[in-house]
Design a protein around this ligand. Structure first.
Ligand SMILES: NC(=O)c1ccc[n+]([C@@H]2O[C@H](COP(=O)([O-])OP(=O)(O)OC[C@H]3O[C@@H](n4cnc5c(N)ncnc54)[C@H](OP(=O)(O)O)[C@@H]3O)[C@@H](O)[C@H]2O)c1
Length: 279
């Protein structure tokens, strides 16, 4: 129950109506009898500054940001942790004595999800589609290890910028997300990470690439989770975006509450809500 002293967390994005984060956090808070709540707010680009001001004024106890605010929010915060500063993208904001501090849990959340399927992102060939906030987090995280990464994006400049700015031993190339580049990249890829909002199956259809071109790829990882997808003919399988969602949420929880997250409870909260496990 929300009371006079309930601590408030929130999510700022557009759209947010489809978000499953409120389910994960509110069920977990309730089951643990924590006097906290998590509220999603539809915030357009021109209202983000006001929304961050409101979080300060109203004393929100930390909040998440999602599409399309992960980069724009940076200049509205007081500090960034090292990871989010390097990535140039924030998905978690903590309220601290030193003001609002930006973090990014997407990269580590994705790696934890991949590991839970037995995929260790080291010495792998990884094809990343898209170069937005989520892609930035994942490419920076993958390039910390010895991976061969190729970024394909609709806007070539953004792919180039991401490839040029990532540090670490990972080898990175980039190109435009078009039929030739995508088709030619699929045959020597261990993992396709699709960080565009368009499903991999739809991207292939749009670019007139036959689905069976995926057969030499081991894993496909669509980050978008708002639409159900049909199974793809890949070598090993598909990584669920929901596994990443729970992992990145657990990392946000740890930043806000400064304690180990109840991961199993957070995951089962979502599984119970959906009525089925995704693995
Ligand atoms: N599962 C999870 O836990 C999780 C975590 C983070 C994000 N996500 C999901 O990942 C997706 C991307 O998030 P984001 O924050 O990276 O968004 P973003 O910063 O807005 O980036 C979107 C990217 O997708 C590309 N794109 C957009 N529409 C496209 C289209 N029609 N065809 C081809 N490319 C297109 C954009 O290309 P341009 O550069 O050309 O505009 C850009 O590279 C969202 O669906 C989000 O919900 C999921």
């Amino acid at each position: 129950m929300i009371k006079g002293d309930t601590r408030v967390h929130s999510l700022y994005g557009s759209p947010v109506a489809h978000s499953l984060s409120p389910v994960i956090f509110n069920t977990t808070f309730e089951k643990l009898s924590l006097n906290r709540t998590y509220v999603p707010f539809e915030v357009s680009i021109d209202k983000l500054k006001d929304a961050v001001g409101a979080a300060r004024t109203l004393g929100f106890d930390g909040f998440n940001v999602t599409m399309p605010h992960k980069t724009a929010i940076i200049e509205m915060l007081d500090r960034l942790d090292d990871g989010s500063e390097m990535i140039g993208s924030v998905n978690t904001v903590a309220r601290t004595k030193r003001g609002l501090v930006g973090h990014n849990t997407d990269g580590e959340g994705a790696v934890r999800a991949l590991r839970s399927y037995g995929f260790e992102p080291n010495n792998k060939r990884i094809l990343v589609l898209g170069a937005g906030g989520a892609a930035r987090a994942l490419v920076h995280r993958f390039s910390r290890d010895n991976n061969k990464i190729k970024i394909l994006n609709r806007t070539l400049d953004k792919a180039r910028n991401l490839a040029d700015n990532a540090t670490g031993p990972g080898r990175i190339s980039h190109g435009e997300l078009d039929k030739n580049n995508l088709e030619n990249s699929l045959h020597d890829t261990d993992l396709v990470v699709n960080s565009t909002p368009i499903r991999t199956s739809s991207l292939l259809s749009q670019l007139k690439i036959p689905f069976n071109k995926l057969k030499d790829t081991d894993w496909v990882f669509d980050l978008a989770y708002d639409k159900s997808s049909e199974p793809l003919p890949v070598g090993r399988g598909t990584i669920s975006p929901l596994e990443m969602l729970v992992n990145q949420a657990a990392l946000s929880y740890e930043i806000w509450l400064n304690e180990t997250a109840p991961f199993t409870l957070m995951r089962s909260s979502l599984v119970d809500y959906l009525g089925k496990d995704w693995k």
